[in-house]
Design a protein around this ligand. Structure first.
Ligand SMILES: *Cc1c(COP(=O)(O)O)cnc(C)c1O
Length: 445
């Protein structure tokens, strides 16, 4: 890795085993992957099959090593195989994998979450962020007796039917406006508005106010790249939903326990009716949650009429991983994330500037992304107006030099507590050549 070569695509790293695996995988799994962005369609080349990981490093099946800037798309906030988490998982697994009864770990994880985020009085644990938003939506509809949902273009809330409209992330990557298989009746209940546009929200509520169950928004969007709410935007959502008797759902699946110990809420302080969490709180295992005021949560089965359940919900091994991860997320961890993120972002800015590549870097706490365009990005339209081909050249040069970025121009770059000087130096060393590759001044791939 980290070869000192100045041209992209020039290292001798073999990808023979990854090549063979993806070819075979395509025969048994659609596209060879279990989540579309992993297929590298937006950047080209062979997806690397990772065999193992330690701290900030990934090792692929051909023995190549990469600095990990995906961090499993957020969950690995402590880095891979953190000793405390590994010990907690091993101890939990040693006692049994799943009981289908209540168990102590799930109470401990719920208590930790409730203790961190003041307006969250109760949580229900689920197994994925998608399940969390789907369930929060059902609860909002059940509690209000209304059916329409407002979401924002470029916000991704998992692959929930009603929320797969202008949904950023993998869909932005593939430039699909929508998904096949979502019935018009389902999408028809969804009102999609431009992000950061208060007037559009006012207008939608003026027309449909008494039919809207909820507004769901990413607390600070990270699935069209990082596009924080403009000052006052979240406050306006709170005011407008309250005026019309609708609920506000803040999706903190990505930002929760990452932007700060109390997520984006910890930075901005606007109190929604419901929160959704995932990613970091599972510590790399399938655990997610939705929660909020006790009176609202009381609407859920078995106390209330809104049904929701899960065979593996509150799984003892997953909750042990999540609890150990949250407990290890100390103030020192958050300041380290901040420092590492700024070091990498500053160096990326310098390298891209030196190579004459148009770019903008945006932040949400220590979460950041690089847009390959000039000027502030406030909406999905803005985010889409970037040079994705330049990003593809940049990505592949970084990969060849041993740095694994998320394979999409519409994603945050994730760092962890384990990114030490060696890992950061490896990223900094790779940036200048990657920036030149992005500029196209070193020929085409
Ligand atoms: C990742 C994500 C989801 C979906 O979570 P999954 O665990 O992938 O189902 C939902 N909302 C946001 C904001 C996310 O970033």
């Amino acid at each position: 890795m980290a070869s000192s070569s100045t041209t992209s695509r020039s290292t001798s790293a073999s990808t023979a085993r990854s090549d063979a695996l993806i070819e075979h995988a395509r025969t048994v799994t659609p596209g060879g992957v279990n989540s579309p962005v992993r297929a590298f369609r937006a950047v080209g080349g062979t997806p690397r099959f990772i065999a193992s990981a330690q701290g900030p490093w990934l090792t692929d099946v051909d023995g190549n090593r990469y600095v990990d800037l995906i961090c499993s798309w957020g969950p690995m906030i402590l880095g891979h195989r953190h000793p405390d988490v590994l010990a907690a998982v091993t101890a939990a697994a040693d006692k049994g994998f799943s009981f289908g009864t209540p168990s102590e770990n799930e109470v401990a994880l719920a208590t930790e979450i409730v203790g961190r985020i003041e307006p969250v009085e109760q949580v229900r644990l689920v197994s994925s962020g998608t399940e969390a938003t789907m369930s929060a939506l059902r609860l909002a509809r059940g509690a209000t007796g209304r059916s329409k949902v407002v979401k924002f273009a470029g916000c991704y809330h998992g692959h929930v039917d009603a929320l797969l409209a202008s949904a950023g992330s993998g869909l932005a990557t593939f430039a699909l406006p929508d998904s096949a298989g979502v019935p018009a009746s389902s999408a028809g209940e969804t009102i999609v508005l431009p992000y950061n546009d208060v007037a559009a929200v006012e207008a939608a509520f003026a027309e449909h106010g008494d039919e809207i169950a909820c507004v769901i928004t990413e607390a600070s969007p990270g699935n069209m790249g990082v596009v924080p709410p403009a000052p006052g935007f979240t406050q306006a959502l709170r005011r407008i939903t309250r005026e019309h008797g609708a609920l506000l759902i803040s999706d903190e699946v990505m930002t929760g326990f990452r932007c700060s110990a109390a997520g984006w809420f910890g930075l901005e302080g606007v109190v929604p009716d419901l929160f959704t969490f995932g990613k970091v709180m599972g510590g790399g295992f399938p655990a997610a949650a939705f929660g909020g005021r006790a009176d609202l949560m009381a609407q859920l089965s078995p106390d209330g009429p809104v049904y929701q359940a899960g065979t593996l919900s509150g799984n003892p091994v997953a909750t042990a991983a999540g609890l150990a991860t949250l407990q290890a997320c100390t103030p020192e961890v958050y300041s380290h994330l901040d420092q590492v993120a700024h070091t990498i972002a500053d160096a990326a800015h310098d390298a891209l500037s030196a190579a004459g590549v148009a770019h903008t870097i945006q932040w949400a706490g220590s979460m950041f992304s690089v847009f390959f365009r000039e000027g502030e990005v406030r909406s999905y339209d803005d985010a889409q107006a970037q040079d994705t081909a330049a990003f593809g050249r940049f990505f592949n040069s970084m990969l060849d030099q041993g740095v694994h970025l998320p394979p999409s121009a519409f994603e945050a770059w994730f760092v962890s507590a384990s990114h030490d000087d060696e890992a950061v130096e490896a990223v900094l060393a790779a940036l200048p050549a990657a920036a030149r590759a992005a500029s196209g001044s070193e020929g085409t791939l």
